[in-house]
Design a protein around this ligand. Sequence first.
Ligand SMILES: NC(=O)C1=CN([C@@H]2O[C@H](COP(=O)(O)OP(=O)(O)OC[C@H]3O[C@@H](n4cnc5c(N)ncnc54)[C@H](OP(=O)(O)O)[C@@H]3O)[C@@H](O)[C@H]2O)C=CC1
Ligand SMILES: CC(=O)N[C@@H](CCC(=O)OP(=O)(O)O)C(=O)O
Length: 344
Amino acid sequence: MKAGIIGATGYGGLELIRFLHQHPEVSSLQLFSSSEAGESFSAKYGHLQGIQDAPMEAIDEATIASLDVVFASTPAGVTSKLFPSLVDKGAKLIDLSGDFRLQNRAAYEQWYGKGAAPQDVLQKSVYGLTEWHADAVKDAALVANPGCYPTAVLLSLLPLIKHKLIDPSFLVIDAKSGVSGAGNKPSQGTHYSETNENFSIYKVNKHQHIPEIEQAISMFAGADVAITFNTHLVPMTRGILATSYAQVQPGVTQAQLVACLQETYAQHKFVRVVTDVNAIGTNRVKGSNYCDVFVQLDERTGRATIVGVIDNLVKGAAGQAIQNMNVQCGLDESTGLDVVPLFI
Ligand SMILES: NC(=O)C1=CN([C@@H]2O[C@H](COP(=O)(O)OP(=O)(O)OC[C@H]3O[C@@H](n4cnc5c(N)ncnc54)[C@H](OP(=O)(O)O)[C@@H]3O)[C@@H](O)[C@H]2O)C=CC1
Ligand SMILES: CC(=O)N[C@@H](CCC(=O)OP(=O)(O)O)C(=O)O
């Protein structure tokens, strides 16, 4: 397969390159850049010397359409303009940005503060939380890859909501991310001297992933759900740990909660149900496409603590995007993604 990446110079792009290079079905990889066309990729990123030396190319519709699969790892607002004329032109499209995740255009405009994608193209896009939407992804011309936080949150919560073990109407979600989640563009908020030895909360009650998580949960809850969701910056490079608090339905036991997660993910190798709290942490998934999930009922309060852990750049971005590509192309979903977590 001939693959291409738009936005390859960013962090998501770098992770796509890392995995696509060792993907057995990808025969060629073209990199497109809006700012550095003509420059050798390895001249910019020396760790890819001898691996990805070819010059980057300008973003050109005809070239992109001639490929089999194209990933866009660009900031919000780019693919809503770039993709509409490319859908159904040949290449399968996978967007890592938020542009095609929300079916409600007004919600996108409110939370992202940008113009939404055209309605007809939005309707053709499929939300690619792979473990939950593989049937739709396999026929999709355009996949909206989920956000990093929603991936960790939804993979841990959806089974318990679907099977009515927790009350979806009062969910409190407390999430923490490493700094690579903010991309490679330097900013005051991600400056070393301001993130090192610091732990901070940001975008309080205004995070753009709130409507994305609500959209997915509402589908399974059968009613519109409003969540409390907040995000924190941790002084580390990779990883997301999302902790949710939910009231369990009367009579629900710890054994039922664990069994629900285990049964849901029995056939899904990338979601691992962890039962030992000491075995849950960002270093257990670092560099890999795994999402580890954990649940513990507090019998005193009747509330469950539910945890999801991912590497934001892999299961939260490039890894899940390639998992979606595999499904779209009729391959085993784990093709090219079987890597062992880094741990240390
Ligand atoms: N970082 C993460 O953990 C995650 C990120 N995401 C989302 O994935 C997308 C990429 O994220 P990330 O790689 O971190 O971001 P980066 O900021 O690291 O990289 C984005 C890349 O997009 C390209 N770009 C910038 N502006 C434009 C433009 N106007 N037109 C075309 N290309 C442009 C740039 O490459 P060039 O100048 O070469 O064109 C840039 O390197 C974002 O939408 C992000 O929100 C989703 C999940 C997790
Ligand atoms: C640490 C950090 O800043 N993380 C980013 C994650 C953004 C992201 O994944 O972007 P989408 O909007 O495309 O989903 C944030 O919280 O906005």
